[in-house]
Every structure is written in structure tokens, then in C-alpha cells.
Ligand binder design. Structure first.
Ligand SMILES: [Zn+2]
Length: 212
């Protein structure tokens, strides 16, 4: 093997961990995402969905206490059944769901606008839901690390600036306390700081926070 080929091989190995996009030196984590096809037993209801252009990254919590005992894929199927039967939605309302172990599930395809109970204009929002009732349950470190990595990846993929990373309650003031304690990380800059650390290839220390 020539020296040139060997260098090329090393670059490919490095590229499998981090792909360089956006700003030349940003590191984009390779987030493990369980595709919709792996958990879903039914197709989305196409006529209830409409396409949009992703512009915002919006953080939610599930708002339901979660002891972590129901496997994430089963939770996704239950959420789907609720969404199409109890709600007039075409699919699960979120684009990504992070379970209590930090496992990331693909939900609604990002080309479709999400759905909401609180009446904000959902067009352009990519919605990421962290499981649990984060007003009463702690945000778990594994969940937070998955969230940070996923947001870095999505921001690069859709060229979304940090100024468009927010919590659900920022769009529906007075109507929801979603995403619970995660709003503290958004408001005080912790989330953006940790996203910057990941982009820079640095580690960060998880800070446990409490509701105000
Ligand atoms: Zn929400």
C-alpha cells in the first residue's frame, strides 16, 4: 500500500467518527438513531402531514412521568397509536425522541411539520422530545448528552444557527411548562455552551439543575 493510500484510509477511519461540515473545524457527532422503520408497525397517515422547511430546533419533554421500564420502541408505538387515534395527527408529533437511557428514536420525518397541543405555528420546527416529566423528574445525564449531540448534528445538517435553538415554552408562553428543567439549560446558556464544546471536540461536565 502506497503512503498516499494509507493516509486516505486513515482519513476514512477518522471520518466515521466525525464528519466535517458547516464551519470548517466543527466536529459533528455520529449519533446512533433508531430509525422509524425499526420500531413502527404502521405507516404515517400521509394526508394529515404537510411538508415544511426546517429552521428551528425546538426542545420538548414528554410531560409524563417515566420510570424507564417500558422499552423505547414500545413507547414509540404507543405514542403513534395515541397520535393517530386520540389526536388528529398523521404520526408521532416529534421528529426525535430520547428515552430515559439516552437512546434516540427517529419519529416523524423531518420533511414534515410537527404537531402540537399548544397552537404555535409549527412550520419550520424540528421537535426533539426528551422522555419523562422534567418538571418533577430529573433530567438524566445520558439523555442530556444525547440531546446535545443530536442538536449539534441537526444544526449542521439543516444549517440552523444557535439563536434558533429554544424550548417549547418560548413559543407558547403561559400555555406550557415544557421542556421542564431543560428550559434552565436553554435560558442560562448551558445548552449552547455544551453544543459548542462538542463542536470543538471537547468534553463537558454534566450539570444537574433544578426547576426554578
Ligand atoms: Zn412541548
Amino acid at each position: 500500500m502506497s503512503m498516499q493510500r494509507r493516509w486516505f484510509g486513515m482519513a476514512v477511519v477518522a471520518g466515521s467518527l466525525f464528519a466535517v461540515t458547516g464551519c470548517a473545524h466543527d466536529r459533528i457527532p455520529n449519533v446512533q438513531i433508531t430509525p422509524r422503520s425499526e420500531w413502527a408497525k404502521a405507516e404515517p397517515v400521509a394526508e394529515r402531514l404537510h411538508t415544511h422547511t426546517p429552521k428551528y430546533l425546538t426542545v420538548h419533554h414528554a410531560g409524563v412521568k417515566d420510570d424507564g421500564l417500558v422499552p423505547g420502541d414500545e413507547q414509540m408505538r404507543r405514542l403513534y397509536t395515541f397520535s393517530v387515534n386520540e389526536k388528529p395527527w398523521g404520526d408521532v408529533p416529534y421528529h426525535y425522541v430520547i428515552d430515559r437511557r439516552g437512546k434516540v428514536f427517529e419519529g416523524r420525518l423531518t420533511k414534515f411539520a410537527p404537531d402540537t397541543n399548544t397552537g404555535y405555528d409549527v412550520n419550520g420546527h424540528i421537535c426533539v422530545c426528551v422522555k419523562g416529566d422534567l418538571t418533577t423528574q430529573p433530567l438524566l445525564e445520558a439523555q442530556y448528552r444525547s440531546l446535545v449531540d443530536l442538536l449539534v448534528k441537526l444544526a449542521a445538517e439543516y444549517d440552523i444557527p444557535d439563536s434558533r435553538v429554544a424550548g417549547h415554552m418560548d413559543y407558547s408562553p403561559g400555555k406550557t411548562d415544557c421542556p421542564g428543567v431543560l428550559e434552565q439549560y436553554i435560558k442560562d446558556g448551558t445548552l449552547l455552551r455544551d453544543m459548542a464544546a462538542v463542536r470543538g471536540g471537547h468534553t463537558f461536565t454534566f450539570e444537574a439543575k433544578t426547576m426554578p
